[in-house]
Structures are given as structure tokens and as C-alpha cells.
Design a protein around this ligand. Structure first.
Ligand SMILES: N[C@@H](CCC(=O)N[C@@H](CS)C(=O)NCC(=O)O)C(=O)O
Length: 207
């Protein structure tokens, strides 16, 4: 059974969400980031940087949330959570994936790091305005690409929607508005999925 190392409302939420969509069996192991759980020698053997998420699939260790999502989606081809590797549809899926990580999440995480993640003496207030601006710019691109379609790949839900919706939920939680009614309604529609209700229950159980 897959072991998922995670922490509520972190990037491991993406993996819980996907595992719930897949209906896969897994064990959620809480790494208590708030009390140094990521920095124990045992956990550093799993994730060299002491971060979450990480998975252990029968001894196969994998880190990086998007890599884990794509691995799990590819291991469950019947779920159609990601297009077949090597296909043009997969290249478009990957395009989304890299866009979300490098254009959308990156400025948002900069806001997070410089408001509540980093120790106070490492925070630089002057980066916030430019990070907000960059995030809004990425949201405009995202809005254009999602306009008139239900999901990122068109009519079918896939793992990339989890990555996008989770990032937009983070923005909301960080009080960083997307500035887009299209994106807000996409985020809320995806958050209303039954699988996401199960994510909230799973995380509440380990709080
Ligand atoms: N690029 C990594 C980022 C992982 C990451 O930064 N995780 C945060 C939680 S969302 C973490 O574990 N932080 C604890 C720390 O920095 O020590 C991924 O997508 O998995």
C-alpha cells in the first residue's frame, strides 16, 4: 500500500485529492512540519529536504508533488487522470503542469514565504507587490485558457485540474485574489467534488 507523507493544507493535499479520485488505498503519515517532524534523521532519508509530500510505493520513494501526481496517474491508466505518455495530449498536459508550477505557483509561494512561511528576519516586504502583480498576470493567462471550457484539458477532468484548483485554493487562503470570476468559479466547482470532501475529512482526522 502507498504511504503518503504529508501535512494538512500543504502540497500533499494535491496527492490526497488525486488518491481519493483514484479510489486508491493509501496510508497517510503526518509529518508534523510545525514541530520539526520534517527534520528527523528518519524522514530526511525519505525526503532530502525534509519537505512534504513524499510517497513510498513498496520501497519506491518519490518526492515533488507534480511528479508524484503524474506517477500515480500513469500507474492508473484506467482512471484517465493523465493522457498517455508520449502522446500530443500528454505534451499539452505537461505544458499545463509546468505553467502552473513555474508561472502560477511561483509568485504565490513568494507571497506565502514573505508573509508567513519564512522566519521574520528573512522576509522582504518589498517583493510582495511584484509577486502579486506576477500572480495576477499568470491568472489572466489561466483565465484565457480556461474560458469556455469545463476543465483544463477540455471536457474531461484530469489530475491537472487538481493542481490548478489546489493552487487557486491556496491563493484564496493566502488572501491573494485571482481577480477573475472565471477562476473563482472553476476553483469552487472543483472544490465541490465529492473527492475533495473526503480530502477535508482525511486531513481533519490528522489535525
Ligand atoms: N516543490 C516541492 C515543494 C515542497 C514544499 O515546499 N513543501 C512544503 C509544504 S507545502 C514543506 O514541506 N515545507 C517544509 C519546509 O520547508 O521545511 C513540491 O511541489 O513538492
Amino acid at each position: 500500500m502507498i504511504k503518503l507523507y504529508g501535512y494538512p493544507r500543504s502540497r500533499s493535499t494535491r496527492i490526497v485529492w488525486l488518491l481519493e479520485e483514484l479510489g486508491a488505498e493509501y496510508e497517510f503519515i503526518k509529518v508534523d512540519l510545525m514541530s520539526g517532524g520534517g527534520q528527523t534523521a528518519a524522514y530526511l532519508n525519505i525526503h532530502a529536504d525534509g519537505k512534504v509530500p513524499a510517497i513510498d510505493d513498496d520501497g519506491f520513494i518519490l518526492t515533488e508533488s507534480a511528479a508524484i501526481m503524474n506517477y500515480l496517474a500513469d500507474r492508473h491508466p484506467e482512471s484517465a487522470m493523465a493522457p498517455m505518455p508520449g502522446s500530443q495530449q500528454r505534451a499539452k498536459y505537461d505544458e499545463w503542469c509546468f505553467f502552473v508550477l513555474t508561472e502560477l505557483e511561483q509568485p504565490l509561494w513568494t507571497v506565502g514565504k514573505h508573509t508567513f512561511v519564512f522566519p521574520e528576519d528573512k522576509r522582504v516586504e518589498t517583493v510582495l507587490a511584484v509577486a502579486h502583480w506576477e500572480f495576477l498576470k499568470a491568472c489572466k493567462v489561466l483565465e484565457k485558457r480556461l474560458q469556455g471550457q469545463e476543465y483544463a484539458l477540455g471536457g474531461e477532468f484530469s489530475a491537472i485540474d487538481i493542481l490548478i484548483a489546489h493552487t487557486l485554493r491556496w491563493a484564496n487562503a493566502f488572501s491573494v485574489p485571482s481577480g477573475s470570476a472565471v477562476l473563482d468559479s472553476y476553483r469552487d466547482r472543483l472544490s465541490a467534488r465529492v473527492s475533495f470532501e473526503r480530502v477535508l475529512q482525511k486531513e481533519a482526522a490528522v489535525e
